[in-house]
Design a protein around this ligand. Structure first.
Ligand code: GRE
Ligand code: ZN
Length: 323
């Protein structure tokens, strides 16, 4: 399929590049590093070769979320957003932008988001899970009451946000001890991100802001596969859960799901059955994943051509108002 739109495509800057090194085997680090830093060479070539017309770019992980000093987090976010804005300005038909936000300081994050959307033309924001605040061991999730005004400001801008993975703080997670191959994108990313998404969905955030839209990658970090059981259990007893509706209702009215890094037809079909083909969108997760692997799978997987156009391009076009 030509003219696909991809939504979880990463870049880096000098100040945050080190965060990605732990995820690369030493022999591939130079290549990953070059691909993260590059905008105009390999990135555009790969998009051209494998039929992606437009990529919305975002900073690597955890980057700004992993900077406990709020002032520093504000500076790094601005730097990254300015670098991205320059590339979007140079290639407006090929690149869009998701803002990186210093959620260590909710007020500054709201101001930066407003700058990114209104002045830089960005398409929303992407956040890499919880933020460390004040010191390395203090973390905050975004259902916390301190974010009430931030969410009001974000919802008013009318742009979606992407809840992107980061690892949990591993010294606090004994379950990964002696099994470190399960951390990162193998499994820990999905667990961490899935719970954070469920916290937001069940917090009442989407009752206060019914128009707010959250994007989840990797086919929804396991949530669609388990949503029936989640609501089945909560139907027997809500245990203090403050939201108005069932979590599956929000999944079908406030969540969009991408194919990033999860190129598998049975998983696609199951997700289509659970949320419908209007809420699924193509993505790659470049350069952690290959355009080739995503496109070779997606372009030929056994769905209708109508669904392929929706998932490959038209759903994203509608969500972001692209033409
Ligand atoms: C990502 O940001 O998507 C990512 C990483 C590290 C490894 C794999 C991956 O940050 O997909
Ligand atoms: Zn990613």
């Amino acid at each position: 399929m030509k003219d696909k739109i991809a939504l979880e495509e990463h870049f880096t800057i000098d100040l945050t590049i080190a965060d990605s090194q732990v995820y690369a085997r030493p022999e591939v680090w130079q290549t990953l590093r070059n691909n993260l830093l590059d905008f105009e060479q390999q990135r555009l070539e790969q998009m051209d070769q494998w039929g992606t017309a437009f990529s919305i770019l975002s900073l690597n992980s955890p980057a700004v979320q992993g900077i406990p000093d709020a002032k520093r987090a504000v500076e790094v976010a601005k730097r990254a957003n300015d670098v991205l804005a320059e590339q979007v300005r140079r290639h407006p038909a090929r690149f869009g932008g998701f803002a990186a936000l210093p959620l260590q300081d909710p007020e500054a994050a709201a101001r930066e988001l407003e700058r990114c959307v209104k002045e830089l033309g960005f398409h929303g924001f992407l956040v890499n899970g919880f933020s460390q605040v004040g010191d390395e061991q203090t973390v905050v999730y975004y259902d916390d009451p301190r974010f009430a005004d931030f969410w009001r400001a974000a919802a008013a801008l009318g742009k979606p946000f992407y809840m992107h993975p980061r690892d949990p703080l591993l010294p606090r997670e004994p379950i990964y001890e002696g099994a470190h191959w399960l951390t990162g994108p193998t499994w820990a990313f999905a667990v961490e991100t899935g719970i954070h998404a469920l916290r937001l969905l069940s917090s009442g955030l989407f009752d206060r802001h019914p128009e707010l839209q959250m994007i989840l990658g990797h086919f929804g970090e396991g949530i669609p596969f388990n949503i029936w059981r989640v609501d089945h259990i909560l139907r027997k007893g809500r245990r203090g859960m403050p939201c108005d509706r069932e979590i599956g209702d929000y999944l079908r009215s406030n969540v969009h799901i991408t194919t990033s890094g999860n190129f598998r037809t049975p998983t696609l079909l199951s997700t289509m059955l659970e949320v419908g083909s209007d809420r699924i969108m193509y993505s790659v997760d470049y350069p952690f994943e290959k355009h080739e692997d995503a496109a070779r799978w997606f372009d030929r997987c056994e769905i209708s051509e109508n669904d392929r156009r929706k998932i490959g391009r038209d759903n994203a076009r509608r969500l972001f108002g692209l033409n």
